[in-house]
Write a protein of this length. Structure first.
Length: 218
């Protein structure tokens, strides 16, 4: 118990909170960007545009079957070889957006596909263009159907930020490693506190999703 008390000094907790802020910052930006990327790619796949949809689908399948850690390595070590300079934060966000965008694209495609085709036909018969029908009629229903899957993917994204510790992203796990590397008796206390912090963030995210789902149901 004494070890836990010493490990949770204000200096260490403040240092962990700094890492938690980086985790949240990277997660929020990655969630926003990957959702936009996934939405666009999912629409392209669903619309079955000649050649383009097939090419996009092929790229998505490749990315979805690659380890996220490999994509992180590529964005951090590979992009500079192509003349694109990155730092740990930028590389982490880029890797997460690439990987999660591909995952979300499939969620979007299946979500749109779950909407009754009669909804599109009915909207078109009332004079709407394809784009108007998709935006005003199909997508709201598809997004409602996608909420559970989107939530699960966003929670996974938050946890996946811990993989970026390998490229020295100063996020929560990396800060915890610095602390217990200075005193190995703090290893268990550090893992306990970061588990609690990850739980709080992911639980808050799930509560937001539950609120949105209830709002859509009303």
């Amino acid at each position: 118990m004494e070890t836990f008390i010493h490990a949770y000094s204000w200096v260490d907790i403040r240092f962990l909170l700094q890492g938690l802020w980086v985790t949240i910052y990277v997660s929020l930006i990655s969630i926003a960007l990957s959702f936009v990327v996934g939405l666009i790619l999912g629409l392209v796949r669903y619309m079955k545009i000649k050649y383009l949809s097939a090419i996009v689908g092929f790229i998505i399948d490749i990315i979805r079957n690659l380890p996220l850690l490999l994509i992180i390595f590529f964005t951090y070590f590979g992009l500079p070889q192509l003349g694109i300079v990155t730092n740990p934060t930028t590389a982490s966000i880029a890797a997460l957006v690439i990987f999660e965008g591909a995952m979300l694209a499939e969620i979007v495609r299946s979500g749109i596909g779950s909407v009754d085709p009669g909804q599109m036909e009915g909207a078109r018969s009332n004079g709407m263009t394809y784009g108007q029908a998709m935006y005003h009629v199909v997508m709201p229903q598809a997004l409602h159907n996608m909420i559970p899957a989107l939530l699960s993917q966003f929670v996974s994204l938050v946890k996946d930020t811990s993989l970026a510790t390998i490229i020295v992203l100063p996020e929560l796990l990396y800060h915890a490693q610095i602390i217990y590397s200075q005193n190995t008796t703090y290893l268990i206390p550090m893992y306990v506190i970061i588990a609690i912090m990850y739980f709080i963030v992911c639980f808050c995210l799930s509560q937001v999703a539950n609120y949105l789902q209830k709002k859509y149901n009303n």
